[in-house]
Design a protein around this ligand. Structure first.
Ligand SMILES: [Zn+2]
Length: 89
């Protein structure tokens, strides 16, 4: 069983950034906001980069359970290009 999840992504001028490695299905005129579609199976986890306006890192692993309910796991280490580049600075 596969479930289609839509993730609201954004990149504002104030530093907020949310992105997932999915297919862009909708985008605002400015390009600051868009929606990405990902296909998930129960047990599969995908990293979502989520940075707030204040630059706080809230990246998480997105998964679903058998009923298709979204689960956000903020506790696991995830591979995040934003975090990686920040670590270098
Ligand atoms: Zn991160």
């Amino acid at each position: 069983m596969e479930y289609i999840i839509y993730v609201e992504c954004r990149q504002t001028g104030s530093g907020a950034y949310t992105s997932v490695d999915g297919k862009v299905v909708q985008s605002s005129k400015t390009g600051n906001h868009w929606v990405e579609k990902v296909v998930l199976q129960p047990g599969k986890k995908i990293p979502v980069v989520d940075v707030s306006n204040s630059g706080k890192h809230r990246c998480y692993l997105l998964s679903i359970d058998e009923s298709g309910t979204e689960i956000k796991d903020y506790n696991e280490d995830i591979e995040c290009s934003v975090c990686s580049s920040r670590a270098l600075n």
